[in-house]
Every structure is written in C-alpha cells, then in structure tokens.
Ligand binder design. Structure first.
Ligand SMILES: [Zn+2]
Length: 257
C-alpha cells in the first residue's frame, strides 16, 4: 500500500511535533487549575471501544476524572455487543446492551455514540474507515483514547486500527492514547508510557462497569481489571491507576513508516 502521507505533510507533522504544537498532554487536562476560564479551557475527549463495557473497564476512571475536571467526554462504541448474550438474538441483545451502555456512560458523565458495526463481525475497510473518520470529525476531539492494537480480540483490534488510520490521515493530529483491557488475556505486550491516578474515581468506574448487568460485572473484573488497577497503582505509587501508551511523533517517524 502506498504511503498515505506526502513528504510535505510528514515534514509538517514533524515540524509541528518539534514545536510542541501537536501534542496536548493528558496530564495537563487532569489538573483542574489549568482550566482557568471554562468553557474556554474545556476540551473534547473521545474514547472508542469495540464493545459496550470496553471503554468503561479500560479507562473509566480516567474518563470520570476528565469529566470532573470540566471536560466533555464522548464514548463511541464500535459495536452494540449484539453477540454478547448467550441465547438471545442479535436485535434483542443489542437493545439490552445499548441501554446498559447508556446507563454506564451516564454514571461517568459521558455522551454515548453507537457506530453500528456488528459484534464478532467487525470490519476494517475503506468504507468503515470513512465512516469512523466522519464520526470522529463530528466530535472534533482534542484528545482520543482507544484500544491497544495488540489484542487477542479481533473487534478490539479493528477499533484500534480504524482509529490509528484516522489519526494517520488526520491533518490535525489529536493526541492519541491506547488503553488496556484484560491484559495478558486480551491486551498483550502492553507497557504504559503514561499513568492516571484513579484512586478517587475507582468506585465510580466500578459502578459504570456494573451497569453492564448482562456481562457478569464480577466476571469483567475477574478478567484482571482489579489486579490491573492495583498493579498500575503500584507502578505509580498510588492506590489505583490506569496505564496508557501514548502515540508519539517518534513512532510516526520511525516504526510506522
Ligand atoms: Zn470487548
């Protein structure tokens, strides 16, 4: 495949990155003191996950903190989780899981958006890339979260790749952070570059995950999420934390080209 970036646009990106113009650190958004004059300081955060429950379990504590800090958060669910309830047809399961996702987003203070792909049958092609680019452009994000791409679940990978390609093709490079889910079982070889202390939103995150009643919430946490929060907390020196990998200019100029 040909390189989607011209030499000129690549040069411009490197120039912007070097000038610090293209990167808005996540940490700066979590310091409420930096938001001196809302809504001028208010930022738009977008989180894209494969299924209902992924954004909540991957970075619900951080999303809650961003809302508390005065920012707008939109959660985009790539699928509606229609294959996720044993014995239920897709339309029935989708209706149940859509309502659960709406409830979970409300707990976090986020706006839910449903992109319309099918659980277990997600598609990475130019048509869907165009659709996701449009959905993300409509939200005009200042910062984006999505799945780490090395994941045993194909739907998580498709969500991640669609966002990565959107980022590559976007003239305005939004800061992009990858979250982990069920590390060791789903996310693999994940080594955080950034951490967020979620000690004060850990309970709010748990409540949002527990809105996904059909998904056995204790089972979601048993997939390692409690251990991940504690372990990332140990790495940061706090009670509980979420870890992220930040897309960087170095990665753009090196590994990805
Ligand atoms: Zn998932």
């Amino acid at each position: 495949m040909s390189n989607p970036l011209s030499n000129n646009s690549r040069r411009q990106f490197v120039k912007n990155a070097a000038a610090g113009l293209s990167f808005l650190p996540l940490s700066s958004l979590l310091n409420a003191q930096t938001i001196t004059t809302p809504p001028a300081g208010k930022k738009k955060i977008v989180c894209i996950g494969g299924h209902p429950d992924d954004p909540e379990s991957g970075c619900g504590g951080t999303l809650a903190k961003l809302v508390h800090a005065g920012h707008d958060v939109t959660i985009i669910y790539l699928t509606t989780g229609e294959a996720g309830i044993d014995g239920k047809p897709h339309d029935e399961a989708a209706a149940i899981r859509k309502q659960e996702a709406i409830n979970a987003s409300k707990v976090l203070g986020a706006k839910p958006v449903f992109a319309g792909q099918i659980d277990g049958d997600t598609i990475m092609n130019n048509e869907w890339l165009g659709k996701l680019q449009q959905i993300i452009a409509t939200e005009a994000p200042d910062l984006v979260f999505t799945h780490w791409p090395v994941d045993s679940h194909k739907d998580h990978q498709v969500a991640s790749l669609l966002v990565i390609q959107t980022w590559i093709r976007s003239p305005q490079k939004f800061p992009l952070y990858f979250f982990e889910v069920c590390t060791g079982e789903q996310s693999l070889i994940f080594h955080p570059t950034d951490y967020v202390d979620i000690s004060d939103t850990q309970e709010q995150k748990r409540q949002s995950v527990y809105c996904h009643v059909s998904q056995d919430p204790p089972g979601i946490y048993a997939c390692g999420h409690a251990a991940m929060e504690e372990f990332r907390g140990r790495e940061l020196g706090v009670k509980a934390a979420e870890g992220f990998v930040r897309m960087s200019g170095k990665m753009m100029g090196g590994n990805m080209m």
